[in-house]
Design a protein around this ligand. Structure first.
Ligand SMILES: Cc1ncc(C[n+]2csc(CCOP(=O)(O)OP(=O)(O)O)c2C)c(N)n1
Length: 370
């Protein structure tokens, strides 16, 4: 795999925000951060994608190969929650792309108690991703090696083509949706089959033993090792006191450079700075031909800055953003209509009425095309 040694993975998780350094088999180290997910299904998706984009920005990962998002979905929610479709549609937009997200759908073939036929109109739970022409890799969760192969393929796809890829891990859930659930209330026949079905571990053990590559002793040793790690962690959990670092504190460390942090101080700037900055944000380039109404808005703004009187919301906002920029901060305003403003009040990006060229005063600001 062509994954960089400092690959940063941002993943959705059902429980908490956690940061860890994970060694890979190839001797590299991956910085893995899990983003807390509320019980509101899939709500974390755009958070993971946004965090990935921010990490890419702050780590100068311009080709988006060092930071990547992985989203883990349920089959019912992947097909049923609108935010999934919205997140997929952000994936290739220039101002939102993260160079591809790997989506892993843990497809246990039931959504809590709802059968697929009652939960979606498409054949596969992953069909929503067809709108992107993303590759969708369906794999049998009982076939360990196929799962590994497919996940490697997904990672290579993402690193090569920088676009989303979906793994549909077709499996089942041995027990209920939660501790108090009894799945045979609603899926009696499915659970009869599941009760008689060997576990993925049993299936793989059998396959390895038959191939002659490992012995019973080897398997026993590996199993004991894994069990002892789990037991140790379980015992340690009894008197575990959560650290602030495990939640919000940690993921901000290193997020901003010491130089940026040293500039954090009480807000508010001197009137001279507001005047200077105000001049820059109300001056249009020579020979630029704005719409007549916009020209008027800009003339009025220039007057507000000059006299210090009648400053409106839009100018106040522009001054706030501009002074943040002057202090070396990154300001990102995102969403449809943000350039002009929903009520035509902002006009931060102006279109030349003859050439169609756009400018974001002051012209030096970075403005990504639509
Ligand atoms: C936004 C939202 N809508 C509805 C629910 C209620 N709900 C909880 S679990 C669930 C089914 C999830 O099914 P699936 O994604 O297949 O995950 P599974 O539980 O099978 O792993 C639903 C609809 C919710 N938690 N959040």
């Amino acid at each position: 795999m062509k994954l960089g040694s400092t690959l940063e993975l941002v993943m959705s998780s059902i429980t908490w925000e956690l940061l860890m350094i994970v060694p890979t088999r190839g001797g590299k180290r991956i910085h893995l951060s899990l983003v807390a997910n509320p019980s509101h299904l899939e709500a974390v998706d755009p958070v993971v994608v946004g965090k990935t984009r921010a990490k890419q920005y702050y780590s100068n990962d311009s080709d988006r190969t060092k930071n990547m998002g992985i989203l883990i979905h349920g089959d019912g929610s992947f097909a049923g929650q609108g935010v999934v479709y919205e997140t997929l549609h952000l994936s290739a937009l220039p101002n939102y792309t993260t160079g591809g997200t790997i989506h892993i759908v843990v497809n246990n073939q039931v959504a809590f108690t709802t059968d697929p036929r009652a939960g979606r109109s498409s054949q596969y739970c992953t069909d929503v991703a067809k709108a992107l022409n993303a590759p969708i890799l369906h794999v049998n969760g009982d076939d360990m090696e196929a799962v590994v192969r497919v996940c490697e393929l997904a990672a290579e796809w993402r690193q090569t083509f920088h676009s989303d890829v979906v793994v549909d891990l077709v499996c089942y859930r041995r027990f209920g949706h939660n501790e108090i659930d009894e799945p045979s209330f609603t899926q009696p026949r499915m659970y009869q089959v599941i009760r008689n079905h060997p576990s993925a571990l049993e299936i793989y053990k059998k396959k390895l033993l038959e191939s002659g590559q490992v012995t019973e002793e080897d398997i026993h040793r590996i199993q004991e090792k894994v069990l002892s790690i789990l037991n140790e962690e379980f015992l340690a959990s009894k008197d575990y006191v959560p650290k602030r670092r495990d939640w919000l504190a940690s993921h901000w460390s290193g997020f901003k450079s010491p130089e940026q942090l040293s500039r954090v101080r009480n807000t508010g700037v001197k009137p001279e700075i507001l005047k200077n900055v105000g001049k820059a944000i109300t001056t249009l380039p020579d020979n630029f031909k704005p719409h007549r109404a916009v020209k008027k808005v800009y003339d009025q703004r220039a007057q507000m800055i000059e006299t210090g009187e009648g400053i409106d919301w839009a100018v106040g906002e522009a001054l706030a953003f501009a002074t943040l920029l002057v202090e070396g901060n990154h300001v990102r305003l995102s969403g449809q209509d943000v350039e002009r403003g929903t009520f035509s009040h902002r006009h931060s990006v102006i279109h030349d009425q003859e050439t169609g060229e756009t400018v974001l005063p002051p012209g030096s600001c970075h403005h990504e095309p639509k």
